[in-house]
Each structure stands twice: as C-alpha cells, then as structure tokens.
Design a protein around this ligand. Structure first.
Ligand code: GDP
Ligand code: GDP
Length: 459
C-alpha cells in the first residue's frame, strides 16, 4: 500500500508548490472531482525514490467561520484518509493565529503530523523558525519548496518510518509478485505459468460516482456460480471479497462499498479518490466502469491516467448500454474512439450491469489481461521477435548511422518489461518504439496490459 501524505496549512504557505514538486517526476496526475472533493487535489508522487499519494487540501483560512468549521469542510477528510500530515507554515511570515488553530486541531488527532516551515531560502532559518516550536507538534522541518531544498531529508525522516510500519501492518498475506522475477527463464522456450495458477486474481472495480459500480458488483456477486465470503477490508474503506467463478478464484476489491456492513460514518464520502488509488495499486486488473450516457468525462480520464501510471492491466466496461437506440450507440462509440483511442491495449465491453448483459464476458478479458501481465517469456523468444521486427522494418539512420538493436531480455512482469540493448537506442524515434511495442504485442498475443520497453546503450 502506498502511504498517503496530506498537505495542510494556510493559503499561500506553499502547498501547491510542494505538491507540484512532489508529483513532478511522475507526470502530475491531478484528480479534480468537483462537488465531491472540493478543493482537494490528488497526485501520485515519486520523489527521489519515495512513492506515495499526495493530497493538497486547499487553503485553510481559519479566520472568519472558525477553524473547526473550515477544517470539517475542507481538510478533515483529507487528514482522516492520510497516514501523514505535513503542516506547512511560512518561515517568512512567522507564526499566525490561524497556524495555532490548525495546530490545536492536529494535536487532537491521532495522526502523524509534522510541522514544515517553508520559504527558508535566503533567510536565517533557525532563528526564523524557532517560534514554531510553540505549536507543540515536535520538530520543525525546514524546506524551500520552490527550490526543492530539504524535501528529501523530510521524506527520509517522516515517510521512512511510516512506510516500515505500514508494510508490517498491511501484509495481507496475498503476497507480492516481486519474488517471482528471478524465476524468469534465462533461455529456452516459454515456461508455464504454474507459479501464478493458484493465486486469486485481484480485481479492482473503479469508476466515478453513479456509473454503476455497486450495481455491477452486486450483479457479479449475485450470480449463482459465485461463492462469496465476506472479509473485513484491510485498507481504509475498500472491502476485499474473495469469490469463485468457473472454479477460478478472484478477490474483488470493492471501492463502492457495496458489501460494507458498518454504517458509513458521516464524514466518509461514498466515493473516495484515495480508496480508488489504493485499490489500483493493490490489484492485478483494473476494471474501469464508465457511463455510456455521460460519455467520457475528465474525471474518467483522471482515473484512467492513474490506472495507466500504475502499469496495471486494464479492462474498460461501458455501462448502461441498455435501452439506447442504434443512432445513439454509434455516436457513443465514435466518441469513445476519439477520447480513448490512445489506449490500444485495453478491451472495451458494452454492458448493462442492471440487466446483466455482457457481464459474463468481462471475465474473459479479465482472465486474458491477467494471463498477459504474468506471462513468462524466454530470452530466446524476446530476441527472436526483436530480430524479426528489425528484419521487417529497419530502425532509422541517426546522424548517418543506423540504430542497431542487439539483444533483448525480460526485465520483469506485471506489467511485462522488455529490455533492449543496442547502439544509439536512445535516439530511436517514438514511432519506432511504438512499432516495436505493437510487434511484441502481436507476436506474444499480449492483451489487456501495457508493455514497457526499456532501452539500454551498448551490449
Ligand atoms: P498555497 O496557497 O499554500 O498552495 O501556496 P503556493 O504554493 O501557491 O505558494 C504561494 C507563494 O509562495 C507563491 O508565490 C510561491 O512562489 C511562493 N513560494 C512557495 N514556496 C516557496 C519557497 O520555498 N520560497 C519562496 N521564497 N517562495 C515560495
Ligand atoms: P456507483 O455509484 O458507481 O456504485 O453506481 P450505482 O451502482 O449506485 O448506480 C447508479 C445508478 O445507475 C443507479 O440508479 C443504478 O440503478 C443505475 N444503473 C447502474 N447500472 C445500470 C445499467 O446498466 N443500466 C441502467 N439503465 N442504469 C444503471
């Protein structure tokens, strides 16, 4: 599970600046869900090797309506969902009444909170920050977000211990696929997938509110061949439901909270971006549900972006396909083509969760995607395909010399990674990279998962 860090503090202390810096290395993907999450922004962060989810809570003013109301309105949820709260203060402005109010609130929470004094560039940080110790939240960390200073140290001190604690707590026993990488065949023919055969496929059903996730989950669980065991959720609010279908085992990660028994506490929204991000992170296959009647919204694209970033297998269900006339269906299909055309690996299904139409077929693509993602491919095979691709269509000349691909081997799977060594490979144009990717996809019959190709200079 990825740790979740929430940024809180008054407006103008530098939260957005820090947010942007943390998410920069991994194309900042910001999910903005108007009406649902107010001013919160979510991003997948990968900073100096630290991976986490970062939430920018928007400004807490703390003055006019009283801090508690503001907090409840804006940041309470973000704080509640977070593992770590970074409380930003402005080293140049010094301590304010609003800072004290926020600190009072944080001290009452059982959350790991850290005071972070920003804008320490060009000032005497030690003497300017001393007063923040009065906030009684422990050490005051100095950073200059705009210049990227102090951030790695901060993460090392705050994030590291929490990651260690979380991984001890969250070990759900289903195991990671990492240890299987060294089972990769160095040579010889394709190897059977027995290592994966007895592992349930973890399926995350995600989508924005009202697209039909709950209806679909109930439909899947309601089918008679499915045996359901309820299990308490292991992370925040998602519920993990083991189920069997056609004698195959799955674990359905229910982000819609269908099977949740406890009364949902008032502050917890039905839809949670964090829950969705964690489910994506923890699953093998993402089932993204979209609403045929609404078309593809920016929110759908945000969720899609998160799924793509994570490298998970993906199946897309276009739901509410019932009761539409052919003209409307055609129009929707061409819109999907236009907006989703860039994803060439995911199967698209037109379903009606309400009537059950097409739901069974989803599992064919889910199984296919999982098999593709975990498929073991030998070095010999990867090399042969590389040679064939090169023979069919030569790499281009760069500065008068031909780019030459020399050697290929597997770099891991889930998603499949292929490492190609050669001369001037860093100059390969994107068009040729895409050609290679498609060539591998066709030759290996890989569908439902992205393929990552890494290029390395030399042997
Ligand atoms: P937010 O309202 O808390 O999200 O604050 P912003 O990130 O929008 O930053 C407010 C202002 O502070 C902007 O003008 C930033 O350029 C500036 N700022 C942010 N970080 C730093 C820093 O490390 N040093 C200095 N000098 N200015 C900063
Ligand atoms: P969730 O918020 O994504 O879990 O969405 P729900 O499952 O609660 O569904 C939202 C609304 O869409 C409900 O009124 C459902 O009855 C309706 N709905 C769900 N699936 C379908 C479908 O396949 N066809 C139609 N016509 N309505 C559907």
């Amino acid at each position: 599970m990825l740790p979740v860090i929430a940024l809180v503090g008054r407006p103008n202390v530098g939260k957005s600046t820090l947010f942007n810096r943390l998410t920069r290395t991994r194309d900042a993907l910001v999910a903005d869900f108007p009406g649902l999450t107010r001013d919160r922004k979510y991003g997948q962060a990968n900073y100096d090797g630290y991976e986490f989810i970062v939430v920018d809570t928007g400004g807490i003013d703390g003055s006019e309506k009283g801090i508690e109301i503001e907090m409840a309105d804006q940041s309470l949820l973000a704080i509640e969902e977070a593992d770590i709260v970074l409380f930003l203060v402005d080293a140049r402005v010094g301590m304010t009444v609003a800072d004290q109010a926020i600190a009072n609130h944080l001290r009452k929470q059982e959350k790991k909170s850290f005071v972070v004094a920003n804008k320490t560039d060009g000032i005497d940080a030690d003497s300017n920050c001393a007063e923040f110790y009065q906030l009684s939240l422990g050490e005051v960390h100095h950073i200059a977000a705009a210049h990227g200073r102090g951030i790695t140290l901060l993460l090392e001190q705050t994030l590291q211990p929490v990651i260690a604690e979380l991984s001890a707590l969250n070990d759900d026993g289903t195991g990671d696929d990492e240890e299987l990488v060294d089972l990769y065949a160095e040579d010889g023919e394709e190897i059977e997938q027995e290592a994966f055969a007895d592992k349930p496929v973890k399926l995350a059903i995600i989508g924005r509110p009202n697209v039909g996730k709950s209806t679909l989950t109930n439909r899947i669980l309601g089918e008679e061949r499915v045996i359901v065991y309820d299990m308490p959720g292991t992370t925040r609010d998602s519920i993990y439901i083991p189920m069997t279908r056609n004698e195959k085992e799955y674990v359905l990660i229910d982000t819609a909270g269908v099977r949740k028994r406890k009364k949902v506490s008032d502050v917890v929204e039905k839809f949670s971006v964090i829950k969705t991000l964690q489910a994506i992170e923890d699953c093998n296959v993402v089932l993204l549900v979209v609403d045929a009647r609404d078309g593809i919204s920016d929110q759908d694209l945000s969720l899609l972006g998160f799924a793509l970033n994570s490298g998970r297998s993906l199946v897309i269900a276009v739901n509410k396909w019932d009761g539409l006339d052919d003209y409307v269906k055609d129009r929707i299909k061409s819109e999907l083509d236009r907006r989703l055309g860039f994803i060439d690996f995911a199967r698209l299904h037109f379903i009606s969760a309400l009537h059950g139409t097409g739901v069974g077929h989803l599992f064919e693509s889910i199984d296919e995607a999982y098999a593709s993602a975990t498929k073991r491919i030998s070095t010999a095979m990867l090399r042969r395909i590389m040679d064939m691709a090169q023979a069919d269509h030569q790499p281009p000349l760069v500065r008068g010399r031909r780019v030459k691909l020399k050697y290929a081997h597997a770099g891991g799977y889930n998603p499949p990674r292929i490492v190609i060594h050669g001369n001037q490979v860093h100059d390969l144009p994107d068009s040729y990279k895409r050609y290679l990717m498609n060539y591998y996809r066709k030759a290996l019959k890989i569908m439902g998962t992205p393929i990552k190709i890494e290029f390395r200079e030399g042997e």
